[in-house]
Structure formats: C-alpha cells, structure tokens
Design a protein around this ligand. Sequence first.
Ligand SMILES: Cc1ncc(COP(=O)(O)O)c(C=O)c1O
Length: 486
Amino acid sequence: MAKLAAKAMAEDPRVTEAKRLLRETLRDHQAAFTGIRPPDPDLRAGYAETLARFAANRGAALHYPYLGSGMGRGALVELADGSVKYDFISGIGVHYMGHNHPSLLEAGVDAALGNTVMQGNLQQNTDSEELLGALLAAANRKGAKLAHGFLTSSGAMANENALKVIFQKRFPANRVLAFEHGFAGRTLALSQVTDKAAYRKGLPEMLAVDYVPFYDAARPAASTAEAVAALKEHLARHPGLHACMIFELIQGEGGGYLPGTPDFFRALMRILRTAEVTVLVDEIQTFGRTSEYFAFQHFGLDEFADVVTLGKLSQACATLIRAEYQPKPGLVSQTFTAPSVAIKSALVILEYMDKQGLLGAEGKIMRLGRRFTEKLADLARRRPDLAAGPFGMGGMIAFTPLGGDTDKVNRFLRNLFDAGVIGFIAGANPAKARFLLPVGGVEEADIDIVFPILERVLAESAGNDGAKDTGTGAAVPPVGPGKGKA
Ligand SMILES: Cc1ncc(COP(=O)(O)O)c(C=O)c1O
C-alpha cells in the first residue's frame, strides 16, 4: 500500500530535525523566564503608543494594558513592554498548558505542515474525526450516553447549536430554563439566557427564559427546596413549553465559582426527566477544571447528560448530544469549525490530561486547587477585612476581596496586574477575583510565589497596609523581579 504523502512528509527526517531544533531553541529562550519582571523603560513609550492606537481603533481601551509579545514559559508570559507576569487567568481559561508549551509547539508545526489553516464541515481532515471521537470517549467514560457531536468555533456557538438541536427535537416547546446569575454566552439568543441585564441592553427579546435560583452553600436544604419549587412553578405555568434547562454546574462569570452539589442537581434533573425537558450541561468553562474531564462526571450526573457543550481549554469547541437529538440536515453547519492548529492542540491537551496525572481526586487539577484555596482560607481567617471565601475548586478558584465592591475589586485586580499577577473579576454583589490556572504549565510552587504578592497587593489596595495580622501567615515580601521557576 502506498504511503500517504502527508504521512511521508510528517515522517521526513528533516521535519523531525526541524522539530528538534525548534524545541531546543524554545528551551534556550525560555531560560530567560525566571519570574516576574517589570516593564523595560526603553519599551514603555512605544508600548503606550501601541495601546493608545489600539484603543482608538477599537473604540475602547483594553481591560488591562495587556499586549503579549508572543513568548512565555509555563504560567509566565512576556508582554510587549518587556514585563513578565504570572498569568493566572490564562485567557479566561484557554491557555491551559501555560505559554509556549513544547508539545503545543509540535502541534503547531504539524498543523502548519497541513494543507489548510481552517477545517470546516464540507472539507475537514482526519484529525477532526479523531478529536470528535476523543471528546465523545472522554464524555462517556463514566456512563454518559453521548452518541454524536459537532465541532465549532466558540463556546457561544456550541451553546447556540445545542439550543437549536434541542428546540428542533422538542418542537413546539419554545422556552428555556436557566439559573439566576448564570452565564451562557453573548449571541442574540444566549444573551437572553445569560442572567445579566447589561449584556442584553438594547437587544430585542428573542427567547423566553425562566430562571431558577442556584444552590446556596450557606443554606443547602432551603436553597434546594427553593430551586425545586421555582422549577415546578415554571413548569406548571407553561405546561409542555420548556425545551431545556441549561446547567452551569459551577457558576463562573456570574457567580464567581459557586459549585452546586450532586443532590441539588439531581433534585432538579429528576423533575426535568419526568417533565421531558432536556438537560443541557454547559461545560464551556468547567471542562478540565475538576477531578474529571467534565464537571458532570465529577458530580456523578452522567445519566442526565442529554446535551453537553465544551470549549475554552479544548481550543476547538463542541456540542455533544444523545442519539435522539441528531438534528435534521441543514440545521447545524459552519464554513469553518476550527483552525487545524486548534484541532491538533486539542488532541495533545486531551492526551496530556489523561497521561500526565491531571485527573482524579488526587490529580494535579484538584491538588493545585487545594493549594490555592488553603492559602485563601487561611488569609480569610487572618484578615477577614481583606478576603472572604474561597470559592471554586480545582482549576477555577475565586475569593471576595475587600468586601466585594466592584470598583474596589477592579482596582485591586489592576494593582495585582501591575505587580505582575493576572486575575479577573467575576460576579457582582459581591464581586470576586477569579483565577483560571494554566494547569499544564503551573506548579504548586508557583502558587506559593504568587500568594504573598496577592496578599501584599490586597493590603495595599485596602489602604491599610499596617493593619494587624491575626494569624501566623508567611511574611509578605516586596514585589520585585521574581526568582521563581515556572
Ligand atoms: C459557562 C460559559 N458558557 C459559555 C461561554 C461562552 O463562550 P465563548 O466566550 O467562547 O463564546 C462562556 C465564556 O466565558 C462560559 O463561561
């Protein structure tokens, strides 16, 4: 049998040698990344001009003055002003392997050697088939029965496709159930599902959405009873008209990493089963951030997973469905589903999660989360004026800084950015600081380096640097060029 030209090229010794040289080059240049670095004074003026030009062209300034140079190592990333920062938000969950991971360099080379930049529904390569198969296998490994799926280009499109296949199956049901303070994306339809008025200001109402209160860890039984009552009331008010309920199992953007519990979710999902309302699990943010690939597996909800969406760290996004949700031809398609480099990178990341000990109760994801939350819990005990919480688990961690006033939290996060650590805001009343760890590129030692910086900036942001420490926490060193390793 003749060898495929693509395989022959991939195995060409010159390609092997080129990859070796690239890996070596990367390693040599990454050696310079030893810790946080302030901006280079010679680059400051040019950087400010670039930011101003970008702001003028965008019509708005960037949230942070962040423009990457394109280089980093692990959690450390270089900005175009020469500064190096700890990236603890990872592109809001995308840069899971940290910056310039060598295995992704190889995936990039393989993709660049491929014949096209983009793959789409009409023309795609074998790696698209491989990725969809790998995602379905990962989703079904604890008993879920997801039979089909389709790749897509964003989390919002994955959710949009999910809603479309569900509506088609459940026709004429035309309403959606969602949690209060949930976030599902920003398409026209999803901005109705996302429970934030500011994100749909001026938009026509496209979709009827009924909201159910989320789990409250401070009132487990009462909040479960309230959610069950609200769900039953909605179902009774619009009999047969709800197509699905969307579940964000750990509330992210809106909640600041609030997990529900298996009992809470089961109580609702059982009712939905009886009422023949689809369970749509939105794992755009939770995928790869708990003890399992999917949070529905972490919470043991496999039997209820009718439709599941995932994105962010998977690079290519996807909608996975049970067999009975297969849409009629023409309902779901796109010119391009994902760039080849995203598809190849996704395969590398999935294998890394499986082979490098990331999963499981004692896996790296949960260990990193424990290290971070233990420190935050200790801080909250010692300095309740500075911090409350923590919230979240595994690769998604949050806390309430400075009482949770949005302006104060944003100021703290900006100060933290200037000090060399990148986080992001979530929720409101109280607002939280959240962190999405670059799991494949960060170690517990990095958290140990970052934490004193976080604590010092918090104290400074509170304007009470001298306030008394009531515990035995580590001394807080000043922020300077760091000596930590990524
Ligand atoms: C739970 C959830 N769903 C959907 C989305 C939308 O994903 P994207 O921003 O890729 O469109 C997000 C993004 O933050 C999310 O957190």
